[in-house]
Design a protein around this ligand. Sequence first.
Ligand code: CA
Length: 231
Amino acid sequence: MNEHILIVEDEEKLARFIELELIHEGYKVSKAFNGRTGLEMAENNDFSLILLDIMLPELNGLEVLRRLGKTHSTPVILLTARDAVMDKVAGLDAGAVDYITKPFAIEELLARIRVALKLHGSAAVAQTEEQEGVYTWKGLVLDDPKHRVTYSGQEINLTNREFIMLKVLLQNRDIVLSRETLLEKVCGYDYVGETNVVDVYVRFLRTKIDEAFGVKMIQTVRGVGYVIKSD
Ligand code: CA
């Protein structure tokens, strides 16, 4: 499936030039020459990425961004005039993922498009979802089907219960799990014992991962439980 890119740019020659380069790179391209048409096209199509000029007739680029709303998932790269620092800041605040200052080298634009698609594109999401049972956090990869954990490619030996504990925390990233919940998942529903078993496993994991690789992965939420946060 070709990535479909929308160019919203009123300088038609520039829009046409970018279009030809993108087609040459294998992208599918649509164009709009004013903000209003651009907004309509963006709302009614599923583009992989939008290149959005700021200085546009009818609706300027920042207004287009605002109307698209923060929930709009298509990554937007702004095309800005030199020295328009406030526009860049406002654009990033309004949800753009990147900007490039005119005049730009086409190679730089193509590179930024590749990065934006990789980091924010639907293909990126699909790719990670395809990898079923593989969970990552920074340099850490937990591969459930292979029952393997690595950090920056270096293998980490975990016991079965440590492995399950880590998996549960990664599966529920950004959600604080209570000791009771963790205990149930790690030891089973019928486990009768102290919940501080969980603290022991966390300590083992911290020794094998946090201390070994200089990170702070599992965070303690006092009085509640444990969590692995996204960043
Ligand atoms: Ca313009």
